[in-house]
Ligand binder design. Structure first.
Ligand code: FES
Length: 151
């Protein structure tokens, strides 16, 4: 990855962490899940409004590092208007992007998520980047209990 690209990616992450999009509870939410990263104790809540299998609205609350906040911010932007299955597929691709060095991932229209590709060099940060996504999966599955990035 070139230095210029790395810098651009860092700017996007900083922007989303300082001014997270879709931050706060969603009054119309009909799916909610809580996530926990036991490595640091940071917690997150994901709110979804799902209608006819489509994520109509998504938001989140929580306190965490820049990567976890930026990841939740970008995730909530990207899943709106997607079906639940598309959101799950996005999670699988994202997980491979941040964990698999050899992955040949076609992020296609999900290319915004490439800003997190550098995370794979820092295994502890993978949990930060995936906290929102694990919590999203629990919300889509209708799981009531708090999920952990260690599960
Ligand atoms: Fe806690 Fe990143 S340090 S989520």
């Amino acid at each position: 990855m070139s230095d210029a690209l790395r810098e651009l990616y860092q700017e996007v992450i900083l922007d989303h962490s300082r001014q997270p999009r879709n931050f706060g509870p969603c009054d119309a939410a009909n799916r909610t899940a809580r996530g926990n990263n036991p490595l640091c104790g940071d917690r997150m809540v994901i709110y979804l409004m799902v209608e006819n299998g489509v994520v109509k609205d998504a938001s989140f609350e929580g306190n965490g590092c820049a990567i976890s906040m930026a990841s939740a911010s970008l995730m909530t932007e990207m899943i709106k208007g997607r079906t639940a299955d598309e959101a799950r597929t996005m999670f699988e691709r994202f997980r491979r992007l941040v964990t698999d060095d050899d992955a040949d991932i076609d992020m296609g229209e999900l290319d915004k998520l490439n800003v997190f590709a550098g995370v794979r060099e820092f295994p502890v940060r993978v949990k930060c980047a995936t906290l929102a996504w694990h919590t999203l999966a629990a919300a889509l599955d209708g799981k009531g209990e708090e999920i952990s990035t260690e599960d």
